[in-house]
Design a protein around this ligand. Structure first.
Ligand code: ZN
Length: 132
């Protein structure tokens, strides 16, 4: 199956690794990020194969750049993410089982030294990085 390309935002750790916006999940360089179901297994049964159809788990990504850009807080970056495996499409985006950054855009709000951050991300993830 071909990968789906969509848009996503990430925070950046002090070590220069991408982190999910909504939790401290590290996107390790060079390996696919695999979604886990965050549902409390005591209250609900977690999805055996995220993303579950009736759940909200999975790697979330937007269909349009404008949505990703608008949801990128200060200190964060955004870019195109490759999604594959089980991918659920919804109105504004996707939830996916596997993901890896395809390219990264470093907006002026990302860091004091955006050039340095761009170089670090390019070296770490081996993807194109644009410094705005
Ligand atoms: Zn789930």
């Amino acid at each position: 199956m071909d990968a789906v390309h969509a848009w996503k935002s990430w925070r950046v750790s002090n070590a220069g690794e991408l982190l999910s916006l909504d939790r401290d999940a590290v996107w390790s360089p060079g390996v696919p990020f695999r979604a886990t179901c965050g549902r409390d297994p005591v209250l609900f049964s977690a999805c055996s194969e995220p993303p579950g159809i009736k759940c909200i788990c999975g790697v979330h990504a937007w269909k349009h750049e404008s949505k990703a850009r608008a949801s990128t807080p200060p200190g964060a970056v955004f870019g195109i993410v490759s999604l594959w495996g089980h991918v659920v499409e919804h109105e504004h985006g996707f939830r996916a089982e596997f993901a890896y950054p395809y390219d990264i855009t470093v907006p002026p709000t990302a860091a004091d030294n955006t050039q340095l951050l761009s170089q670090m991300l390019r070296r770490t993830y081996i993807v194109d990085v644009t410094c705005e």
